[in-house]
Design a protein around this ligand. Structure first.
Ligand SMILES: Nc1ncnc2c1ncn2[C@@H]1O[C@H](COP(=O)(O)OP(=O)(O)OP(=O)(O)O)[C@@H](O)[C@H]1O
Length: 593
């Protein structure tokens, strides 16, 4: 599987919510206590209507006389209830914030780790910005619901139950009337929820697209400027902003429809209660105090119905967010770590074997066909071939960034997919064409290969690679900041850092994708020297773009249209001519320009 899982996208809202909540067991921590607080907070609210009813019916007599002590007691009870409700609501809020923040932080970490575990192919199936939004914006949506909507849901449900029970105590006929008015609305809301859910899923998708387009435009700013494509890019960003706005407006519009309908039903229910309550009162079956208390309770019953529309809004947004986060977490890494069951490679130069290896990118034609090759330990091999002949694909299979479609890759006789990731990443290191530098100091970037290395270790490594003079020439030595993605260094210097990083990591098999960018003669000499130092005594495969690398290698492997067509030392291949002869001729011609 290479695309992100679609299971979550097809799943119903409730099942997504259930699965999402199960994913973060932290949400359930201390839930009983929070619910108890919610119950007290809700129960406190019904004290006021009951006290009013008691005051009207018992505190004030029909003859106009009143019992001041009774009324004082009722008022004091109300004040106490209001205070208790406020304190419980505060404590409940604090508890919910604590548990949800903890749960969401873990969810973010898990989603982020999982993105890292996914293979390169899966990651490239989704735009980077959209992947980022799954770990950031989508989790934020969940957070909003968990901290406000979720709370309201708990309180509202409690309020609905308590208000209904108390209303029934006063008059079951009037309670039936209120329920009869609201039941159709609840039914309609439930159906409507599906439409709203789809609208919010679209909002989350558009937001992900927006992040992807904006981040691509920022990262690609130099290319955009150099091709004077600012207007085209701005138009693309504008279009995505507009699509996001439209999706948001539609979703909010749908939700807005629910609010007036619940207002309307509330007004109708209240009017019906007044009329029917008066009739019951005239018939002697309801006192004035009971009718007033009932009307209070109807307000308590209605308010959860009204907040339900806002909660629905939040819940839909959160469910859409959960769908996208689950989409990441449901995706099985197709290049999986065998973990503790896997093999650990013993230290020492590595032997590599490709046995009948074939590979096709998802949905594409085969790009490697039946590749057989054995590379002896400590051999320095240059891989050459026309562009698109399959060299990088070969290197990615060797470093297990992807698995072959057919055949096997073995290191020291062990199939690569049986080797533990920890052992694999320690023993086999790939230096990509443009080794990514982080926005930190030069020293920290080199240390990335071995975090425990001291400054003295770094200096020694650079000296061994013949780069001591280069380090001396830098304004702040190892503390020199390299800027974002290493932009403060030249392309050649970035390659030097990438080589030093690999040298410090001391792998036993080194796979180098030689950079194609032209460098000045002094850096070229340094690079050659560093390359020699890094590969000495190790099994090393270099995807060679320079003739000098092929000449210096023990052996050259020539790729053509996904097959190995020639193999041997440079001088012998030169004598043979063929594809290597043509490549060599074009290198000579390039150098002459
Ligand atoms: N991520 C990908 N998805 C689909 N096809 C790809 C992908 N990467 C490479 N290919 C295709 O696979 C074939 C081999 O590509 P590969 O990058 O291995 O060639 P290469 O010899 O390293 O080329 P170059 O010297 O230009 O880097 C090409 O036809 C390329 O279009």
């Amino acid at each position: 599987m290479t695309a992100l899982s679609e299971t979550a996208a097809r799943e119903g809202a409730l099942s997504t919510l259930r699965r999402g909540l199960r994913l973060s067991p932290e949400f359930r921590a201390g839930l009983a206590g929070t619910l108890a607080l919610a119950l007290v907070a809700t129960a406190g609210r019904v004290v006021v209507p009951v006290a009013v009813q008691q005051t009207l019916d018992k505190g004030i007599g029909a003859d106009g006389r009143y019992d001041i002590a009774f009324i004082r007691g009722a008022v004091a009870l109300c004040a106490l209830a209001v205070l208790a409700t406020a304190v419980c609501a505060y404590l409940m809020n604090v508890r919910l914030y604590k548990t949800t923040e903890g749960g969401l932080a873990n969810l973010r970490v898990r989603a982020f780790r999982h993105v890292h575990d996914l293979s390169m192919l899966t990651q490239s199936g989704e735009r980077r910005g959209a992947l980022v939004s799954r770990v950031t914006g989508d989790v934020d949506q969940i957070s909003q619901f968990m901290q406000w909507g979720g709370l309201m849901m708990i309180v509202s449900c409690g309020q609905l139950v308590v208000a209904s029970v108390l209303m029934a105590v006063y008059s079951w006929e009037l309670t039936l009337l209120v329920w009869a008015a609201f039941l159709p609305l609840a039914f309609v809301l439930r159906r409507f929820q599906r439409v709203v859910s789809a609208a919010y899923t679209r909002v989350r998708e558009r937001t992900g697209d927006l992040l992807a387009v904006v981040s691509e435009s920022v990262v690609g700013a130099p290319v955009i400027r150099s091709h004077a494509a600012e207007e085209r890019t701005a138009a693309r960003v504008d279009r995505t902003v507009e699509e996001t706005r439209r999706a948001q407006t539609r979703a909010q519009g749908l939700v807005a429809l629910t609010f007036p309908s619940s207002e309307l039903v509330a007004a109708l229910a209240t009017a019906a209660v007044v009329v029917a309550g008066t009739l019951l009162g005239v018939g002697g079956r309801l006192s004035a105090g009971e009718l007033v208390a009932f009307l209070f309770l109807v307000t308590l019953f209605v308010s959860p119905m009204q907040t339900a529309t806002e909660v629905l809004n939040d819940a839909q947004n959160a469910i859409a967010g959960w769908r996208r986060v689950l989409g990441v977490l449901d995706t099985e890494p197709d290049v999986a770590d065998p973990g503790a069951d896997g093999a650990v490679l013993p230290r020492g130069p590595i032997e590599v074997e490709f046995a009948g290896v074939g590979f096709a990118y998802p949905g594409g034609p085969p790009v490697l066909h039946d590749v057989d090759a054995r590379i002896a330990p400590r051999t320095r091999v240059a891989i050459v071939g026309e562009t698109g002949s399959g060299k990088t694909t070969f290197a990615k299979l060797l470093t297990r960034l992807m698995d072959p479609t057919s055949g096997r890759v073995l290191v020291d006789g062990v199939p690569l997919d049986r080797v533990r990731f920890s052992s694999l990443r320690e023993r086999i290191v790939m230096v990509p064409q443009d080794g990514f530098l982080f926005d930190a100091s030069l020293g920290d970037n080199i240390r990335y290969g071995r975090p425990s290395a001291s400054d003295a270790d770094l200096r020694l490594a650079l000296t061994e690679l013949g780069l001591a003079d280069w380090l001396e020439g830098l304004p702040a030595g190892l503390d020199t900041p390299v800027g974002q993605r290493g932009e403060s260094l030249s392309a050649g210097e970035r390659q030097l850092v990438a080589l030093a990083r690999a040298y410090l990591a001391a792998p036993d098999l080194l796979v180098l994708d030689e950079a194609t960018s032209a460098v000045d003669p002094a850096t070229e000499v340094r690079l050659q020297r560093a390359l020699d130092g890094v590969t000495r005594g190790r099994t090393a495969l270099s995807i060679a773009h320079r003739m000098s690398t092929a000449e210096a290698a023990d052996e050259v492997i020539v790729f053509d249209a996904g097959r190995i067509v020639q193999r041997g030392p440079h001088a012998e291949l030169l004598r043979q001519g063929g594809v290597y002869g043509d490549l060599h001729a074009s290198w000579i011609a390039q150098r002459a320009i």
